[in-house]
Write a protein that binds this ligand. Structure first.
Ligand SMILES: Nc1ncnc2c1ncn2[C@@H]1O[C@H](COP(=O)(O)OP(=O)(O)OP(=O)(O)O)[C@@H](O)[C@H]1O
Ligand SMILES: [Mg+2]
Length: 498
């Protein structure tokens, strides 16, 4: 009997007394997409880390193509065909698509004999071109990853796995932060990668219920580190897990705090950036951008990777000084520094894990900003259970929650949120948006959201700013932006590769 490409038996990972993963057993078959689903903090990334060798398991075993691999170093696992996508594809954003693909080919590719290498050179070039074509990356081959949409950056990562000839793929949230159209294109692409190969096995950690529903042959549900359900496609349990998650998701009604046309604009407290020009050394990141954040509205700032969104947010929060242009609060200039004066003005920037202190515990992080009227632990019960844990060891989604919790605790007048939904389970995102809507509608706060999933951002906001390569392409009602698909290119080409 041929051994399955990957198998885990009674895999367990413990921290102190806490089981991040407990007794996980499964064999992953070839030509199969297995989705691993579960709430934030359920143990999904821990499982992938133990399978990939990034974390040593506390007990249990891993087999790769029948070989014991429990203590095998990650590079040896890679040589045996195990490939892993990064949760954040922007890790190597200074490289071009072509560079990163050829690196994957060289570093991860099966070793060839020295003599063969020369004669195979043209093969390598051919394979490189074929890969660019297969993944619809030809037109962006010489673009740096940082200038691509998150969707295309993620497809580039898949192309890396493909060209590395890995046959077991571990994918950690490939759809996170993608626009709907991009997820719709990703599904057939993933499917074709598995159907078109005799041996490829994909293990997919994913919060996006639609992607799971459209691609998975099998779904394993993790709850607090334990596999509580293991169901194949079409079974009643499969529908329970995938269907249930899907209908529960996105149940929040679209929220568009009304901007009153008759309202005297000058009477509304507003944070405004006017004609901002911002550079990093010689690189001009933002050119002539104007944005306004009035109290009582949720507005969004959207655009591809590297369009300058985070730069604008940092400037509004006083963390960067624009080379030209002004940042004003209620008409007067906001002193950009010292930072405390920005905080006093009620401007708060939340940027996921970047705005938590990794070496402080959850409760220490929250104590630093205590004073707000809001009980954030009611909003995030998960955090209540993890108060004594160091923030740096929280799961991706838990860190994101902590960042938002800290921001809300400061009771900001202007809340700037960079990448709200990244890595969060859909129900958590919806809960946060509901909370923001309540605060905004009661006139306590204005919100500016940077969001990769522009279709959601447009539903949540009343006004949209679309940035492309540092310039404002669009500013207007979100409803109008929804009718302008031309604003949101490039998404990768939606046809499934042959
Ligand atoms: N060093 C640690 N000490 C204590 N607990 C830890 C440590 N590292 C991880 N954990 C906990 O283990 C649990 C599982 O984490 P993991 O990253 O696997 O979750 P996840 O399912 O990937 O979540 P997400 O969807 O948010 O990415 C989390 O609750 C996390 O807080
Ligand atoms: Mg994770």
């Amino acid at each position: 009997m041929i051994a399955p490409p990957l198998e885990a038996t009674a895999l367990t990972k413990t921290y102190g007394g806490v089981h991040a993963l407990e007794g996980f057993s499964a064999a992953f078959d070839p030509r199969t997409i297995t989705a691993i689903v579960g709430a934030n903090g359920a143990g999904k990334t821990t499982l992938l880390d133990c399978l990939a060798g990034r974390l040593p398991a506390s007990s249990g075993a891993v087999y790769l193509h029948g070989q014991p691999a429990t203590t095998m170093p990650p590079d040896k696992r890679a040589r045996l065909g195990l490939g892993r996508s990064f949760q954040d594809p922007r890790l190597c954003d200074g490289l071009t698509v072509l560079e990163i693909l050829s690196l994957s080919q060289r570093v991860l590719g099966r070793p060839l004999l020295r003599g063969l290498w020369v004669s195979r050179r043209s093969d390598r070039a051919r394979r490189l071109n074929a890969t660019l074509e297969r993944f619809s990356l030809v037109s962006v081959a010489n673009e740096r990853l940082r200038t691509l949409s998150l969707g295309m950056a993620r497809v580039t990562m898949l192309a890396c796995l493909f060209i590395s000839e890995a046959d077991v793929w571990l994918l950690d949230e490939p759809a996170s932060g993608l626009a709907r159209a991009e997820v719709d294109a990703l599904a057939p692409l993933l499917r074709s990668l598995v159907d078109g190969s005799s041996e490829r096995s994909v293990i997919l950690v994913e919060h996006d219920a639609t992607l799971v529903q459209r691609t998975a042959d099998r779904v394993i549900l993790l709850e607090r580190g334990k596999a509580v359900e293991d169901a194949s496609e079409g079974s009643a349990a499969w529908h329970d897990i995938v269907g249930g998650r899907r209908s529960a998701a996105r149940s929040v009604a679209p929220v568009r705090p009304i901007s009153h046309p008759d309202r005297d604009a000058t009477s509304v407290s507003t944070l405004a950036g006017r004609d901002l020009h911002i550079s990093y050394g010689k690189f001009v990141a933002v050119r002539g951008v104007s944005v306004e954040v009035p109290v009582g509205e949720i507005r969004c700032l959207i655009g591809t990777n590297g369009a300058g969104k985070s730069t604008v947010m940092r400037a509004l929060a006083g963390l960067l000084t624009p080379a030209a242009g002004s940042i004003t609060l209620d008409g007067g200039r906001v002193p950009p520094t010292p930072h405390q004066r920005v905080v006093d003005a009620g401007i708060v920037l939340v940027a996921g894990g970047q705005t938590v202190f990794p070496n402080l515990t959850v409760s220490e992080n929250l104590q630093l900003t205590r004073g707000g009227p809001l009980d954030v632990l009611d909003l995030f019960p998960t955090l209540a259970l993890r108060q004594r844990q160091l923030a740096g060891t929280l799961s991706g989604g838990e860190q994101q929650m902590l960042g938002v919790a800290r921001g809300l605790q400061l009771s900001p007048r202007f809340l700037l949120v960079d990448e709200l939904s990244l890595g969060l389970a859909e129900d958590v995102v919806d809960r946060i948006i509901l909370q923001l809507t309540t605060l905004v509608s009661s006139g306590q706060m204005g919100v500016l959201l940077v969001e990769q999933d522009y279709s959601q951002a447009l539903r949540w906001s009343s006004h949209a700013y679309v940035l492309a390569q540092g310039r404002l392409e669009f500013s207007g009602p979100s409803e109008d932006a929804e009718k302008r698909p031309d604003l949101f290119r490039p998404v990768f080409l939606p046809e499934a590769p042959a």
